[in-house]
Design a protein around this ligand. Structure first.
Ligand SMILES: [Ca+2]
Ligand SMILES: [Ca+2]
Ligand SMILES: [Ca+2]
Ligand SMILES: [Ca+2]
Length: 229
């Protein structure tokens, strides 16, 4: 028969194991792919496509040298503070193409500058394929920071219907079940997603505290039962 001390020790091991497991599920890097407008409705793809990045971590992240597979960006000198958004637009301000549309004319005031935005807007080179595409964000050492393939949203409202693909919980992994179609027309570039449910993962500290309380309560109960043989 296992002793009381043995039972307490076993529960303690289970709590610590659970803590380590859940800690592994917490987003480590902080910078995430948060929203994708791959097939806009009111403007051409060349004018309205965008990718939104978001710093979901607790530290500022210098993303100088970060790169994308799928599109080309220059993130020189860019640092994202916790809770800060960065929008990569296919055409931030109307440039040399024949029309007069751009990210700024759709989401801003159309005066040809980016002053009205409270977030950084940069151009990307390339395109977001309307047949689906894997986007991979890598740090300056080539390690994958985040990635997402939006192919699951072909044929939805985000595919030429005026909406975008939004991440639901910024603290959860970039899997299809954690993305959905925006409920706001045009999406929410530079702002909290319209379908966001930003619920942090349980931290190790909280789990350990809960585990210690469990141990104390269990220990008292076992001690209380000691006289019954
Ligand atoms: Ca244009
Ligand atoms: Ca402007
Ligand atoms: Ca497109
Ligand atoms: Ca957004």
């Amino acid at each position: 028969m296992r002793s009381r001390l043995g039972k307490i020790f076993l529960v303690g091991i289970m709590v610590i194991t659970a803590s380590v497991f859940f800690q592994g599920m917490v987003s480590a890097a902080g910078i995430i792919i948060n929203e994708i407008g791959f097939n806009p409705d009111v403007v051409d793809d060349t004018d309205g496509e965008f990718i939104e990045l978001y710093n979901a971590g607790i530290d500022a992240v210098n993303i100088d040298g970060y790169s994308f597979e799928g599109v080309s960006v220059d993130l020189s000198g860019i640092t994202l503070l916790p809770g800060e958004f960065l929008v990569l637009a296919r055409e931030a301000v109307d440039g040399s193409d024949a029309d007069t549309d751009s990210f700024e004319t759709v989401y801003g005031d159309g005066d040809g500058d980016l002053d009205e935005f409270g977030f950084i807007v940069l151009d990307f080179a390339g395109s977001l394929l309307n047949s689906g595409e894997l986007l991979v964000l890598k740090d300056n050492g080539g390690s994958v920071v985040d990635s997402y393939d939006y192919t699951a949203f072909l044929g939805t409202g985000a595919d030429g219907g005026g909406f975008t693909v939004e991440r639901i919980n910024p603290y959860r992994p970039s899997v299809n079940s954690n993305f959905g179609v925006s409920v706001l027309s045009g999406g929410t570039p530079g702002h909290m997603n319209s379908i966001a449910v930003p619920v942090p993962e349980p931290s190790t500290a909280l789990l350990l505290a809960g585990g210690l309380v469990t141990l104390v309560v269990l220990g008292k109960r076992l001690n209380g039962c000691a006289g019954t043989g």
